[in-house]
Design a protein around this ligand. Structure first.
Ligand code: ADP
Ligand code: MG
Ligand code: MG
Length: 882
């Protein structure tokens, strides 16, 4: 028979860490920890396959499941020496969810199952601790009511608040046995009122319903939303872990905590965590009381602390990665309840990966795989300008580094709505919960007044790479009035006001503080250096100005893959000359205008050659649709008429005659170069002269002249001939020459098809995948916004093809063009300069089809370097989210 249940702990485990797919991360790691001798309370795991079966078969279970569960429970009773529902020596269990990829806070846990009034009485007698027993019971009713029956937590919370008020105490730990007993009765009444039924007293019914609830929670909207945001797909479902309880709420020698084996924020090799004495389950992360830093455990319970630091080492040595662990201390005895690879900031990910190589724990390829290329984005985000004086109104915990500036919003829904209007916002909440995920995802940063370094807000923000200030207790956040005040009175800001938060220091400032671009740190440089040794693809940048070129070089670009010359035409001082060129009625008129443009272009090119000393620079000749230049405003038309000594009507008529229905498919690219050769001639002349001037200064120049929008062999033949002619004319007047290449963009589908012919005249191809995608799909990039989101929502397309290269369709054209091009010219240089050149999945594709380089925006260069290394390593990155 196919097996559905695996036992763990108590001396043996059926599963191990490699079985995440079937046991879920939590179950597999509980089994593994027990295997390596760590103290794990025993239990068993019901597989993810059962979840899969459940949803495939109208929410029913595979045959024989319950008898398997019964035997596992019997075995657990045997191991623990306790019995489920037996008042004399009761076994209580937790029911915990856990999928193969951890989704913190997404699935719900129920603790203390197996209690009823009889069992409670028995347990009170056995432990002599009545307070403890009622504390367990009220928690069970609360969690069971909430998770299994959907009774909102606030109904229980209200009773708790009332109980605390009646007893005149602030913390739940100050409630005595009698108060907790009364509270349990109140909870049972809430349960009855809200569900219309009695709380189930039969432990087996409790267990069965809790298991149903965990499987049921797999498809709740918030779980579905989480998987959507993190692009988690292809999982079977969640596993269910049933585990014997250990009690952190037995008194002052008991407690519970969470810890990371290193600092997940900075990556520093220090023990990092928090604990609460006399507490249970998620008390630490729920922000009910303020938890204490882990180091204080050394004074509270030295022996437990010593053991825990040993566990820290054992886990890291075993898993060879930073671990995020949960522990409970019951009467001075330490138990491990969970371990998983720790979520970390991008900075920490890089530092830990590099440190672990240097400690000899992992090799360089593993280190490279540990960092997702897109994570580097976080390191490329700005911080606050240190020169600006700050006046923080409050300081919370530095929960996730980085600077965020935006308008304050107080609900996740508002964050989503405001962001949709294009407003930068910072989500301000007392604390966050899984329902807030969508809002957190679109906010620039997150600010909370409650919760610690391991609160929901902090953990999720770090995972998302968003700045977060958590637990800023001085701020009184009123989510209804949508204001934030201070304890000592006064509102400091309200909805819509700008605030600036610094997730690296915890400071909260009103207003907008200037930010500065980031610098890569030593660890990042080291990792990227390893990436450079690993990758085969060259990395270039798309840069149009000397400044961009310099920045690209700082980020590690090895050349420019696309320099768009039209940017140089758009400058305010240049546009009249450009317009004159277009409006001129004859060649002589055009040449007059071009004479003004020549020196400007020449000096731009010279600057770029100098910035890229030693590296190739691909310059694309002019390719804007004409209408982008035409003077449309009457005022501009008058100005042009004056400049050219023409009547305004003549200018208007010319503008009219140049108007196109579909300019993106109109008179642009090399079509312009063929109709008006003098435009491209001027540009080539400027390139040649700039190259000579730079070379004369000792700069190593490698110009690559690129013709846009070529679709036929004749187009490139003519363009090639013109380019060579002008280059040689310029060289003829000088005592030196510069080596250059002539090539073409491949961005019209026809060009890909006849690439073998085109390669007769082109020395390189650069795939302009923006246009190629546009024309292959027949989607206008500028208009696709009206239907593309719907297409993505309805899964007509798996991904936006303008973001991630459509390997299936457009990719075929790229592949074909590479093969055909190289069949004519074996040494044909191949690259990509579309937006896709900075997208990790597309880079992988480029590696596989054998391109020589990718080119992307300067800020994405580090990402591309790492992505290219990943492509060369040939395996998917393990981001440490498992
Ligand atoms: P999550 O998936 O949200 O991390 P968990 O299943 O880890 O949820 O459970 C939530 C809390 O309950 C954790 O703090 C965990 O340590 C605690 N817990 C779970 N099972 C037990 C148990 N058998 N004994 C004591 N505490 C438990
Ligand atoms: Mg939880
Ligand atoms: Mg947990």
């Amino acid at each position: 028979m196919h097996r559905h249940v695996y036992a763990f702990g108590g001396g043996s485990s059926d599963g191990n860490a490699t079985m995440k797919k079937t046991l879920g991360g939590k179950g597999a790691n509980l089994a593994e920890m027990a295997r390596i001798g760590l103290p794990v309370p025993p239990g068993f795991t019901i597989t993810t396959e059962v979840c899969d079966h459940y949803y495939r078969n109208e929410r029913t279970y595979p045959e024989g499941l319950w008898s398997e569960v019964d035997s596992a429970l019997a075995a657990l009773e045997e191991k623990t020496g306790k019995a489920f529902g037996d008042p004399a020596k009761p076994l209580l269990v937790s029911v915990r969810s856990g999928a193969a990829i951890s989704m913190p806070g997404m699935m719900d846990t129920v603790l203390n199952l197996g209690l009823n009034k009889k069992v409670a009485a028995g347990l009170a007698k056995a432990t002599g601790n009545e307070r403890f027993v009622w504390d367990l019971f009220r928690r069970l009713v609360n969690m069971f009511g909430d998770v299994v029956m959907g009774v909102e937590h606030r109904h229980f919370e209200a009773e708790l608040d009332e109980a605390k008020a009646a007893a005149k105490v602030r913390a739940d730990t100050d409630l005595d046995a009698a108060a907790l007993k009364r509270l349990t009765e109140r909870y049972l009444a809430v349960y009855r009122d809200r569900t219309g039924e009695e709380f189930p007293s039969d432990p087996r019914v409790q267990l069965r319903k809790a298991i149903d609830a965990v499987f049921g929670s797999w498809e709740t909207p918030r779980a579905v939303e989480y998987r959507r945001i993190y692009k988690i797909s292809g999982l079977l479902g969640t596993a269910v872990n049933v585990q014997a309880m250990v009690y952190g709420n037995m008194g002052e020698t008991s407690g519970t905590g969470v810890a990371f084996t290193r600092d997940p924020s900075t990556g520093e090799n220090v023990f990092y965590g928090e604990f609460l004495m006399n507490a249970q389950g998620e008390d630490v992360v729920a922000g009910i009381r303020t938890p204490r830093p882990i180091a204080e455990l050394e004074t509270v319970m030295p022996e437990c602390y010593r053991q825990l630091t040993e566990v820290r080492q054992t886990l890291e040595r075993h898993y060879k990665d930073i671990q995020d662990l949960e522990f409970t201390i019951e009467g001075g005895r330490l138990f491990l309840l969970q371990t998983r690879s720790g979520k970390r900031t991008a900075f920490a990910a890089v530092k830990i990966a590099v440190d672990m190589v240097e400690e000899g724990t992992i090799d360089r390829s593993t280190a490279l795989r540990r960092v997702e290329p897109d994570q580097l984005n976080q390191l490329l985000h700005p911080g606050f300008d240190p020169k600006v004086k700050r006046n923080p109104v409050a300081k919370g915990l530095a929960a996730s580094p980085g600077a965020a500036v935006g308008k304050a919003v107080f609900t996740a829904a508002d964050a989503v709505a405001w962001a949709a209007r294009g407003e930068a916002c910072v989500l301000v909440r007392a604390e966050t919960s899984p329902e807030d995920i969508a809002g957190m995802n679109v906010a620039k940063g997150i600010l909370t007044s409650r919760g610690g370094m391991t609160s929901h807000a902090a953990v999720v923000a770090r995972g998302m790479g968003k700045p977060c200030v958590a637990g800023c207790g001085r701020l009184l956040i009123d989510e209804h009035a949508k204001t934030v005040g201070l304890e000592d009175g006064g509102v400091v800001f309200r909805e819509g006001d700008y605030i600036s938060i610094d997730g690296s220091t915890g400071e909260v400032m009103p207003g907008r503080i200037a930010t500065i671009p980031p610098r890569l740190g030593g660890a990042v440089e080291k990792l990227l250096g390893w990436a450079d040794e690993t990758r085969r693809l060259g990395i270039r940048a798309n840069a149009d100005t000397p400044l961009d070129a310099r920045r690209a070089r700082e980020f590690g670009a090895q050349g420019i893959g696309l320099c768009r010359t039209e940017h140089m035409f758009f400058g305010e001082d240049r546009i009249p000359a450009v317009r004159e060129m277009i409006l001129a009625s004859d060649e002589a008129g055009r040449r007059r205008a071009l004479k003004d443009l020549l020196p400007m272009q020449r000096s731009d090119f010279e600057g770029i050659f100098e910035a890229m000393d030693g590296f190739p620079v691909t310059i694309r000749l002019l390719d804007p649709p004409l209408h982008e230049f035409l003077p449309m405003e009457p005022e501009n038309q008058r100005e042009m008429a004056e400049r050219m000594g023409l009547p305004v009507e003549a200018v208007q008529k010319k503008v009219e005659s140049l108007r196109e229905l579909n300019p993106m498919l109109g008179h642009r690219g090399c079509r312009l170069g063929i109709s008006f050769p003098e435009i491209y001639e001027m540009q080539v002349q400027a390139i040649a002269e700039a190259a000579l001037a730079a070379a004369k200064k000792g700069v190593k120049v490698h110009p690559e002249i690129m013709h846009p929008l070529v679709g036929t062999k004749e187009e490139i033949r003519m363009m090639r001939e013109m380019t060579d002619r002008i280059m040689h004319e310029v060289f003829a007047g000088s005592d030196r020459k510069v080596h250059y290449l002539v090539g073409t963009m491949i961005e019209v589908p026809r060009a890909a098809l006849v690439a073998d012919r085109i390669a007769e005249h082109a020395e390189f191809f650069s795939f302009g995948t923006n246009d190629l995608t546009q024309m292959t799909f027949g989607y206008s990039r500028d208009d696709a916004g009206s239907f593309l989101p719907g297409y993505l929502a309805k899964k007509v397309l798996p991904e936006d093809p303008f973001v991630s290269l459509d390997a299936e369709g457009v990719g075929q054209l790229v592949d074909l063009a590479c093969k055909r091009g190289r069949s004519t010219r074996a040494k044909l240089k191949l690259g990509i300069c579309g937006e896709h050149g900075g997208d990790p999945a597309s880079i992988r594709f480029c590696h596989e089809v054998g391109l020589d380089y990718v080119s992307c925006s300067p800020f994405r260069v580090p990402i591309a370097r790492l992505a290219a290394a990943h492509a060369a390593l040939g395996t998917r990155a393990d981001s440490g989210t498992a």
